[in-house]
Design a protein. Structure first.
Length: 552
């Protein structure tokens, strides 16, 4: 009997489960340290989206089908209203991230039904609900800059919504829009089953918790009671003032092939701030050719160019997210919490041909290490002068990473050079988790994944999204997009394979670099390995720099 009770106690402690509520999710979304622990409440991260339903399997002819808009689960008649169902899932769960945009179909009503209620718990227009102040303000509801390219004047701006919406039994999201109607011809192509027009694009990420998980459903009363916590979480997401109990300063002139090694020791510690400034005759090349390598307790988990690791790519523009920034003085900072039990080694290696002056500091904090603690990892690789179409003329999938092991996927970044004025970003993200045959996240476009649309060139920053550089959108030049995850982080127990389609309007050569961020348990493998020759290649800033096939 005693043995039985001890087993039960051990199971309860090991699960470390807790009641899920708006309050608990708000505490988690603004806690960087939370990401370092594998979730105690088991969940699967799923994305409902308007992806083209012709995409059925990797070996199907429609796998790279475009036109990822106005595809819904079904159409319902509800009290005389025609409602298009975008999400319909049995609980327990929680909506944790929502992106949406339109072309001439923004004047509708969104409704969220929770736990099979006949009346919506939340109801409002997209601009008031997703990027307005109906429920909350910035940064939980936000939009990319207003304004649209020529020819897209009827399109509303992009909505990004991060306020968690938990539910205990069921959740359904619908959109009522009287202007939506069936067309049987799209861009001169006959559509057998018809196509709803005008365009509605959406990506809704939600957690699907294990059966029996204790979830307190969202209500307007719960939101009112949680208002102080919402405000606090919003402040924390915007705050870059990180407290560290210890600091380690470093500085060195790095000749070609030279390195600097920072050794950190101590029981149960974590790097919670890393700041670096690089000066060189060619700063943009130095951001690519100087790499950061980090080992935690003997496990090497980080290898990436410093520019990619800190979110700048090889741009000198400023940006600021919850996890990294570059300021106008050129200082780059990372706020990923990187725990270790005994020791950590961070190295900066100059693989370039120019001398580089590097200076910075590392902030260290005490850390509560337990059986759910993971190491931080980052990997990078570039497809250099890659042809944008396969030999048969088809788009194809690029891999951020291919990880075997257990951990949490925490974000990614692309740094590319577009070699023409045509659009590069029609490609959808596809994230396969634990060997699934169809990805649990299937998107609607590369820029949609990064929180904007229609090849917007303007730079923007948000705690979870950033475009430091958008010159290469519908133009020759570089583009840098990043996305960091908090509540929408993706746990995996066996494997994860995040991909993104290279779906360009033209068949050209271009550069396409991908960085993945994750937390991982020891004993993992990643198909992406360090590539010294790639970081030595010259970066491209203008079309004259790019010595490849050019489309005029």
């Amino acid at each position: 009997m005693v043995r039985f009770l001890l087993i039960i106690v051990f199971i309860l402690i090991g699960c470390d489960s807790k009641r899920i509520s708006l309050e608990s999710l708000l505490n988690d979304i603004s806690g960087r340290e939370t990401l370092t622990y594998f979730p105690g409440n088991e969940y699967k991260l799923i994305q409902a989206s308007s992806y083209n339903r012709a995409s059925v399997s990797p070996d199907s002819t429609g796998w790279f089908a475009n036109a990822d808009m106005s595809h819904f689960i079904r159409v319902e008649q509800n009290n005389g209203r025609r409602e298009f169902v975008m999400l319909d899932t049995e609980g327990p769960g929680a909506i944790v991230r929502w992106w949406m945009t339109f072309y001439k179909a923004q004047d509708g009503i969104l409704r969220i039904y929770i736990d099979n209620t006949s009346d919506p718990v939340i109801e409002g227009s997209p601009d008031s609900l997703l990027s307005g102040a109906l429920l909350t303000g910035y940064p939980f509801s936000a939009s990319v800059q207003k304004g649209a390219p020529v020819g897209e004047e009827g399109r509303d701006y992009d909505h990004n919504f991060y306020l968690p919406i938990p539910f205990s039994k069921h959740c359904k999201v619908t959109y009522e829009c009287d202007s939506l109607r069936i067309l049987y011809d799209y861009e001169g192509i006959h559509v057998e089953k018809g196509y709803y027009w005008p365009d509605v694009f959406y990506n809704i990420c939600y957690r699907s918790y294990s059966k029996g998980t204790n979830v307190e459903s969202f209500s307007m009363q719960a939101l009112t009671e949680a208002k102080p916590l919402v405000e606090k979480a919003g402040i924390l997401l915007m705050d870059i003032a990180v407290y560290s109990s210890e600091e380690k300063y470093f500085e060195k002139l790095l000749l070609p092939g030279d390195s600097i090694v920072i050794q950190l020791t101590g029981n149960n510690k974590a790097v919670n701030r890393l700041a670096v400034r690089i000066d060189s005759d060619n700063k943009q090349q130095a951001l690519r050719s100087v790499i950061i390598e980090a080992t935690f307790d003997g496990h090497r988990t980080i290898w990436a160019p410093v520019g990619e690791f800190f979110g700048s790519g090889y741009s000198l523009n400023t940006h600021r997210t919850w996890m990294n920034l570059r300021n106008k003085e050129g200082m780059m900072k990372s706020f990923w919490v990187m725990p270790y039990r005994k020791q950590c080694t961070i190295s900066f290696i100059n693989y370039g041909t120019d001398t580089v002056h590097l200076k910075g500091d590392a902030g260290i904090m005490d850390y509560n290490w337990n059986e759910r603690s993971m190491y931080f990892g980052a990997s990078w690789h570039e497809y250099y002068h890659i042809r944008s179409r396969a030999a048969n003329g088809s788009p194809f999938d690029l891999s951020f990473a291919d990880i075997k092991g257990k951990g949490v996927y925490a974000g990614d970044q692309v740094t590319l050079f577009n070699n023409t004025y045509f659009w590069w970003g029609e490609g959808d993200e596809k994230i396969f988790v634990d060997g699934e045959k169809f990805p649990s996240s299937f998107g609607t476009g590369s820029e949609d994944y990064y929180g904007y649309s229609f090849a917007r060139q303007e730079s923007f920053s948000h705690p979870f999204l950033s475009q430091p550089e958008g010159t290469g959108n519908m133009n020759w030049g570089p583009t840098i997009n990043m996305r960091h995850r908090s509540l929408d982080a993706i746990p995996f127990t066996i494997s994860i394979s995040p991909m993104i389609e290279l779906w360009h309007w033209k068949d050209i050569e271009m550069n396409y670099a991908l960085t993945a961020y994750y937390y991982i348990f020891p004993g993992y493998s990643n198909s992406i390995v360090s590539d010294i020759e790639s970081v030595r290649l010259p970066v491209s800033l203008t079309k004259e720099d790019f010595n490849g096939t050019i489309i005029e």
